[in-house]
Design a protein around this ligand. Sequence first.
Ligand SMILES: [Zn+2]
Ligand SMILES: [Zn+2]
Length: 313
Amino acid sequence: MKQYKHRDHGIGELSDADHQSLSVDWVRVWPFVAIHLLCLATLWVGWSATALVTALILYLVRMFAITAFYHRYFSHKSFKTSRPLQFAFAILGASATQRGPLWWASHHRFHHRTSDTEEDPHSPRHGFWQSHCGWFLGQRYFETNFDLIRDFAKYPELQWLDRYDWFVPVILGVTLWIAGDMLSLFLPQLETSGLQMFIWGYCVSTVILIHATLAINSFAHRFGSRRYQTPDDSRNNLLLALITLGEGWHNNHHHFSGSARQGFFWWEIDISFYLLKIMQWCGLIWDLRAVPERKKWAHRTGTKSTVVEEVLS
Ligand SMILES: [Zn+2]
Ligand SMILES: [Zn+2]
């Protein structure tokens, strides 16, 4: 197990070249800008219960895919599964339009190694916008950091999904459009259309999903309580836990990141973990890692968490 030093530096100590690589690369981020602008089309397409329910379901399913698969599985290996299901989980995660599983997990592992130091990609100490979305809109973090994700990069199907990270979102968008057209044709009483299903089901749902996920970077290191004396600024926040299906227990998570469960205590609602337990009962996943008792009760024994858990193989 390696130890990583946490330094209390600000971003002001970066070189000019570093600052340049952090600045927003407008050519490459046009899809991110475009999907936000497309949400304005709700003014033209109107709404229907069908479109809103579709948007809500797609938010919940894809939030679960991000928290349970991109985060707890690919980033932290907190449970095991078969290779076909691993690929299925990666496809579901990719539908969230947060780039590929290797990109997501490699940068997240880097966050755990460098949390709230000057090297952290998205510490709120670098400013709200840098931590929320500035970090991935620049050149510096555009590429997958393969050195940090070798354990999963050995699978060609995951490399393919990472390389063509636009493929699954495009399929989802087109499917919603076709489904909306079909519904308007065969079930006109639902009062929806292809364009309306695309705008609500894909664009609005995805934008809310992205910002809820990003809120863990920008808010969960700033607002909430700190049970464990981690070397970073991570916090536990019930509201964030509810909207992200369990990710708001971020101080717990930084204290012991290898746990499949982020709500360490029964009152800490962690919907992703409950669903993972059901998947375990069904035999889809196994070897869910738990938080060791000595770690769970470290705040009572006065033990500081000084070691960043190393998850890499
Ligand atoms: Zn964090
Ligand atoms: Zn994590």
